[in-house]
Design a protein around this ligand. Structure first.
Ligand SMILES: *Cc1c(COP(=O)(O)O)cnc(C)c1O
Length: 321
């Protein structure tokens, strides 16, 4: 018998809040609080859709290469669909993320010093388990993710909010691609997307500069879930077919935004999400004439109060050095 979870979304319709705290002169600031998703981030959306699709088509094992929220979302999806999940994570994956994956019943293997190496290993795991029905769940570059991520825009429109700007953060660009497609589907092709990265993980900014996706030499940021060295082709294409403004913030700005957001809204988010918030706390110039600014509060489980303090300490040491 097929699990009933195949037919119902694995994500929830998250609260859309007109922020009483983030007040810009001319604009309403709307917060789509995907930090409240069951796996802690917007990844529930696309990963949930992708996992359902693969299981419906016979997948017996879901293999993920993400040491972060995509892996957690895959673990959650597998638990809902009663399908085993195997996750290869790089050595720098936060313990909180690994714990969350295991809590949702996934098997976690640490392999490789970077996401790229973990991903290579995950591909080999899929290859050698193909006959058992293993499939790869890519963290950001699979067309199945995009309609899932686009549900975020569907919900905002259904709630009666028509944004003229969307602020979101970019790692490999799955969220950006899904949101751009969601906006286009609602005839909002001229709605500006402000795509925010931290300066140690600015792979979209580099792609726009080069005129194609390029590989960064290294990742150096506390916003580790933004740490894709290269954005997907689809994400780069989205910057060509949709008005996208790339914005780069410092780790300091991202971290301060997390702290301020926690104080104001009592929700704790990763610096990956703080990056997007930083672009409204210190408004990007392109937001100046906008009336309804939607901020994707993408969330993330790789954060805790002690971790926030540790990043504080790390950044103040780096400043003195
Ligand atoms: C994955 C993730 C991102 C980046 O999403 P991409 O689709 O890789 O661009 C941003 N914030 C959080 C919390 C994430 O988990």
């Amino acid at each position: 018998m097929l699990s009933p979870a195949l037919d119902t979304p694995l994500h929830i319709n998250t609260p859309l809040l007109l922020s009483p705290h983030i007040v810009l002169a001319e604009a309403n600031v709307w917060l789509k609080i995907d930090a409240l998703q069951p796996a802690g981030s917007f990844k529930n959306r696309g990963i949930g859709v992708a996992c359902q699709h693969y299981v419906r088509n016979g997948a017996q094992i879901l293999v993920s290469s993400s040491g972060g929220n995509a892996g957690i979302a895959a673990a959650f999806a597998g638990s809902q669909l009663s399908v085993p999940v195997s996750i290869v994570v790089p050595e720098n994956a936060p313990q909180t993320a690994i714990d969350a994956m295991r809590k949702f019943g996934a098997e976690v293997e640490v392999n490789g010093s970077t996401w790229g190496e973990a991903h290579e290993k995950a591909l080999r795991v899929v290859e050698s388990n193909k006959h058992k029905g293993a499939v790869l769940i890519h963290p950001f570059d699979d067309p199945l993710l995009w309609p899932g991520h686009a549900t975020l825009i569907d919900e905002v429109i259904a709630a009666g909010c028509t944004p003229d700007a969307v602020v979101l953060s970019v790692g490999g660009g799955g969220l950006l691609t899904g949101v751009a497609r969601g906006l286009a589907a609602h005839n909002l092709s001229d709605c500006e997307i402000v795509a925010v990265e931290t300066c140690g993980a600015a792979s979209l900014a580099a792609a726009i500069k080069a005129g194609m996706p390029v590989m960064l030499d290294e990742i150096n940021t506390i916003a580790n879930t933004l740490g894709a060295k290269q954005v997907s082709d689809a994400a780069y294409q989205a910057t060509q077919s949709h008005p996208v403004t790339s914005q780069v913030v410092s780790d300091r700005q991202a971290l301060d935004a997390c702290t301020r957001f926690l104080q104001e809204h009592r929700v704790l988010v990763e610096p990956a999400c703080g990056a997007a918030l930083a672009a409204v706390y210190e408004p990007a110039p392109v937001l100046k004439d906008k009336q309804n600014i939607l901020v994707v509060v993408c969330g993330g489980m790789g954060v805790s109060l002690p971790q926030l303090s540790a990043w504080e300490a790390q950044l103040s040491v780096e400043k003195e050095a």
